[in-house]
Write a protein that binds this ligand. Structure first.
Ligand code: NAD
Length: 482
């Protein structure tokens, strides 16, 4: 069913049924490119959440008891449906989140491949037999942890949910997922692929609601065995504390403030072009987005000039328009944050070389912005901008650059540009980050682990490590002759 705007009506999916919330309460969904309401999202009541939990409890037993061959067939069918529907899912995503259509459809296609990768990886979740005494079989088994409660944000409306769903379902877990109330239709479209592929009722449940109320109830429930969260550091700390109170494991994919160190031997133009391309992707609303540019003083003028050129070549507009390369920010909070961070930096002496303001039209558009002469105490140097702001600062020696890079409590992504092998090794060893890219600023890939150190969280998504959080290890020692 679609509304007048060509945007689908959004429902929750609980216990094998698409449904509204018990009281019929909803929240508006806003297109960030127009500021117009395009739909509404149902909000779950405590009773709705109890139904979802009960369904996940039963769904877990059903799914754990389903053969791996049958699970694999259903999940591959879901991946194929998603590939078929990727263009349509992308169109939904652009309307509710803002990113350009090509980026959105690309994300939808990519998550189908993420699912495929995890399906095949989970088929090899082997345990082991350990040599032991005669008449004894000593084994280690890996079993699904149980029903998962997952919470995902709005910046990757397909990528965020799929990382949790694919790991949970391929491990043999059931899941109750609260996707973002700001980008709910993409999550619902993903869930529809699993439903249409024949996933048994209760295995996958999609809810929306008042975030703090939903998370408190799902985390405290005895049904839930794992908490999986992607979002901001403050909310992550809150949920980790709630999980700790009931002694539940948690997977925390939180924010960062990624440094980019451009060493004296790097090509400044190449570094600037690659870094700028990553910076303005998804309007900078990426947890691994490069966000502090620490450039050797001998290159800083050339680097900055090329970066400004790249920033000015970005075409800002409605993501539905074909020539747009950067859409609006996903919500008004991000626009306000860009204005606040820019004003603060300027008040402390920074110069805006390009951008620095919103577009004079409806929509949460903020022009790609380059800041120089940014003092260390400017908020943008220690608060994750999560938007199209690029502060560029100079350094003279690598010790100083590493100290600046590692000087924040976060450690998600970091980047380095150098042509010298010894310097590259030093960056690899000394940068405090869970994800390091040298001489490029490429994004996450499903075959390798992503995750943070320090306050950026714990646990990994992607790669064989992703399964670790969703499985528990059981030692079985079997004396054959009692
Ligand atoms: P926020 O901190 O309020 O929310 C972040 C996400 O957590 C949202 O999806 C929200 O619905 C959810 N959330 C909030 N409170 C919750 C609770 N008690 N229980 C469960 N979920 C809860 O802020 P925001 O304005 O949406 O985003 C602001 C900041 O969050 C950004 O600046 C960025 O630093 C961070 N963020 C990080 C990611 C990421 O991928 N790591 C994604 C989105 C936002």
């Amino acid at each position: 069913m679609t509304t007048d705007h060509g945007y689908p009506a959004v429902r929750m999916y609980i216990a094998g049924e698409w449904c509204q919330g018990g009281t019929g309460r909803t929240a508006p969904i806003v297109n960030p490119a127009t500021e117009k309401v395009i739909g509404d999202v149902p909000l779950a009541t405590p009773a709705d959440l109890d139904r979802a939990l009960a369904a996940a409890d039963t769904g877990f037993r059903t799914w754990r008891g389903t053969s791996v061959a049958d699970r694999t067939r259903i999940l591959h069918t879901a991946a194929d449906l998603l590939t078929e529907r990727a263009a349509a899912v992308g169109r939904i995503m652009t309307q509710e989140q803002g990113k350009p259509l090509a980026e959105a459809a690309g994300e939808a296609r990519r998550v189908a491949d993420t699912l495929r990768w995890h399906i095949e990886d989970a088929r090899r979740a082997y345990g082991r037999l350990i040599p032991s005494a005669p008449g004894t079989v000593l084994s280690v088994r890996r079993e699904p942890v149980g029903p998962v409660a997952a919470f995902v944000p709005w910046n990757f409306p397909a990528g965020g949910p799929m990382r949790k769903i694919s790991s949970a379902l391929t491990a043999g877990c059931s899941i109750v997922i609260k996707a973002s109330e700001e980008t709910p239709a993409t999550a619902a479209a993903l869930v529809a692929c699993f439903v249409d592929a024949g996933l048994p009722a209760g295995v996958l449940n999609l809810v929306f609601g008042e975030p703090a109320q939903v998370s408190a109830q799902l985390i405290a429930s005895p049904v839930t065995r794992l908490i999986a969260f992607t979002g901001s550091v403050p909310v992550g700390k809150l949920l980790a504390a709630e999980a700790g109170r009931v002694m539940k494991p948690a997977l925390m994919e939180l924010g960062g403030h990624a440094p980019v160190i451009v060493c004296a031997d790097a090509d400044p133009a190449v570094a600037a072009r690659r870094a700028a391309q990553a910076k303005f992707l998804n309007a900078g609303q990426v947890c691994t987005s490069p966000s502090r540019f620490i450039v050797h003083e001998s290159l800083i003028d050339d680097f900055t000039a090329e970066f400004v050129t790249a920033a000015e070549s970005v075409v800002v507009g409605d993501g539905l328009a074909e020539d747009t390369t950067m859409g609006p920010l996903a919500n008004e909070r991000r626009l306000t944050a860009m204005q606040r961070l820019t004003a603060d930096a300027v008040a402390r002496g920074a110069k805006v070389l390009t951008g620095g303001e919103r577009l004079d039209r409806a929509g949460y558009f903020f022009v790609p912005t380059v800041l120089v002469d940014v003092p260390p105490d400017a908020e943008v140097m220690h608060e994750e901008p999560f938007g199209p702001l690029a502060p560029i600062v100079p350094f003279t020696d690598l010790d100083e650059a590493l100290k600046t890079a590692n000087g924040l409590p976060y450690g998600l992504a970091a980047y380095g540009f150098t042509r010298d092998a010894a310097t590259a090794e030093r960056l690899s060893a000394e940068l405090e980050a869970g994800i390091l890219s040298l001489n490029h600023c490429g994004g996450s890939v499903h075959e390798a682990p992503s995750g943070g150190v320090k306050e950026s969280g714990y646990g990994r998504e992607g790669g064989p490590e992703a399964l670790d959080s969703y499985l528990v290890t059981k030692r079985v020692s079997h004396l054959l002759v009692p």
